[in-house]
Ligand binder design. Structure first.
Ligand SMILES: NC(=O)C1=CN([C@@H]2O[C@H](COP(=O)(O)OP(=O)(O)OC[C@H]3O[C@@H](n4cnc5c(N)ncnc54)[C@H](O)[C@@H]3O)[C@@H](O)[C@H]2O)C=CC1
Ligand SMILES: O=C(O)C1=N[C@H](C(=O)O)C[C@H](O)C1
Length: 275
């Protein structure tokens, strides 16, 4: 049994993750915690995440919630994920981090902590999207520079970061193929007298509203035709199942920074996440 603690148990993802852990063969829910002051702290985990058989309460002390655990799954906020990862590194626990919107300093800290414990860090834990990361790179390669690249993402109205972590990753894949610098080519939400589109730009558009779980489209547009590759998440279970799969995979790995591409066996031979 792999013992897993869930951070942010009362969040949109937290409940799905706790239920996915509880229901997964080979996994055991070892604890759950929330931000100090969250109204669910001290309440029964069973009630908070809707699991009648679950024992214990939602804590607000990460060290206590991690005491019995081998792996932390954390979908919270950038600052909280970094704080929790530092604790995991001190305690010798593996971690799966799905939080998006980390700044450069936070990413550096994450890389440093992953030298001490094994960490899976990925902006999207769904199988379909991880295949799409590979497919868009192949499509950009085959279609070549005559095809304009545009990325559109849509999410619920509570999402805090934009563009989504998944969109950022899609753009990074496209830039890698084109030999582009991300910051130089991205055109975020064009407005005003923008002039004609140039060959060296990548348009990025963001939609927010209602309860959209997560949708991403990459457009490859030429004169005479266009291709559109879209991924639509129907529910958050698709991410939660991926996170639990990552936790079961990472538990006995050597310290290092891993990605869902590693978990799913999609990474090209010879390449590591650190590259
Ligand atoms: N990698 C992936 O597949 C996915 C990633 N995400 C990302 O996961 C993150 C969370 O998303 P949501 O669940 O929608 O957000 P949310 O706001 O619904 O949930 C976050 C939870 O974390 C809790 N939290 C904040 N600070 C904490 C702390 N110090 N300790 C413990 N808990 C703390 C909050 O109280 C909240 O309940 C976002 O960055 C989002 O982009 C979301 C879906 C899929
Ligand atoms: O905040 C969300 O909801 C999601 N965030 C991730 C992202 O930023 O890419 C993944 C998914 O699209 C849902």
């Amino acid at each position: 049994m792999v013992k897993i603690t869930v951070a942010g148990a009362a969040g949109r993802m937290g409940g799905h993750i706790a239920r996915a852990v509880y229901n997964r063969q080979g996994a055991e829910l070892a604890g759950a915690f929330e931000a100090p002051g969250n109204p669910t702290v001290g309440k029964s985990l069973a009630g908070v995440v809707g699991l009648s058989g679950a024992e214990g309460v939602v804590g607000d002390d990460p060290a206590e919630a991690l005491a019995e655990a081998q792996v932390l799954i954390d979908f919270t906020s950038p600052a909280s994920s970094i704080k929790n990862l530092k604790l995991c590194a001190t305690l010798g626990k593996a971690a799966v981090i799905g939080t998006t919107g980390l700044n450069e300093a936070q990413k550096k800290t994450l890389v440093a902590q992953a030298k001490k414990v094994p960490v899976v860090f990925a902006p999207n834990m769904s199988v379909g999207m991880n295949l799409m990361f590979k497919l868009v790179a192949q499509m950009a390669q085959v279609l070549g520079p005559d095809y304009a690249l545009e990325v559109l993402e849509a999410h619920h109205d509570q999402k805090k970061d934009a563009p989504s972590g998944t969109a950022v990753r899609l753009i990074e894949e496209l830039c890698r193929v084109r030999g582009w610098n991300y910051d130089e080519v991205c055109r975020h939400g064009r407005v005003g007298m923008t002039g004609a589109r140039t060959a060296n730009e990548l348009g990025v558009s963001v939609i927010r509203g209602g309860d959209i779980v997560g949708e991403h489209t990459v457009y490859f547009i030429a004169n005479g035709e266009r291709l559109e590759l879209t991924h639509r998440a129907h529910n958050r279970d698709t991410f939660a199942q991926g996170a639990v799969r990552a936790a079961l995979w990472v538990v006995n790995k050597e310290p290092g920074l891993y990605d869902m591409q590693d978990v799913l066996g999609l990474r090209e031979a010879g390449k590591s996440e650190q590259e």
